[in-house]
Design a protein around this ligand. Sequence first.
Ligand code: DAH
Length: 341
Amino acid sequence: MNLDALILDAETAFTRALDAAALENEKARFFGKTGLLTELLKNLGKLDAVARKQQGAEINLAKTRIEALLNQRRQALADALLATRLASEAIDVTLPGRGIKPGSLHPIMRTWERVEQIFGSIGFALAQGPEIEDDWHNFTALNSPENHPARSMQDTFYVEPLDPNGQPLLLRTHTSPVQVRYARAHVARYQGGVMPPIKIIAPGRTYRVDSDATHSPMFHQLEGLWIDEQVSFADLKGVYTDFLRKFFERDDIAVRFRPSYFPFTEPSAEIDMAFGQGRWLEISGAGQVHPKVLSNMGLDPERYMGFAFGSGIDRLTMLRYGIEDLRLFYEGDVRFLTQFS
Ligand code: DAH
């Protein structure tokens, strides 16, 4: 009868029992009706009085020790079970609440409002036009030739059905049609009287079949138009250069007017800018409003003249904040957007 081995056996078995059920099974192996300890105690009866007394005492000691081991293990298993439950049901009271946080303006809207403010401060009124435009205002009135590539199905989103006059409808490809709409309404309003100058900007959404890091199918343009009897290309240069310096809050902006072609202006230019000695970046199209466009506006080209420009609001925003990928503006990722709040 090796009681030390028995105690060791119990200790190992209890430790290996990983839950209460397994532990109770092991308990039965020692204390059950035919358990190891029970058998030992039963056998005492066969011994003489002296041996019974001595061995009885030893067995009882071993029994007490094994009971203690059993209780220890029971406690440990119960503690572990409680700990896992506490961990899994824990509420982290230090987590921030889900309350509604104040929103912020989208970076493009910040530019939009800033542009309105700057041009407003030098007397430009705000004009608007429809985003679903008709072919005449978007192309024809702006002197765009019938076979101009921008008119193709590949470049432009056409909308069905045709308008009531049988004209194609499309998502405007630029904000320039607002020039024509505004000027015609203006001419009609002052018919027979003295006509004040037309001096507007028209910021708005525009659409093209185009999509990469610097082009998105929907983008924003800023149209400008100033028509009176003596509005020259020199005025365009002054106004636009001043706008860029105010917008970027820098005096070291170089501005360059590079000869270009647009059907609705003559002469036409591409406006490039550079920060200090940096590289040239194209920022706008511009020019003197073409006589045919003036006629389509209902103005006498012999009497009126002026300039127009069309700039990219998204481009202005990218340059102002140093953003490389235009698509970030349209993904709606708050981690990006909150950086402008
Ligand atoms: N509408 C032109 C475009 O989207 C931009 C533009 C160029 C507008 C010259 C103008 C202008 O008003 O004069 O590419």
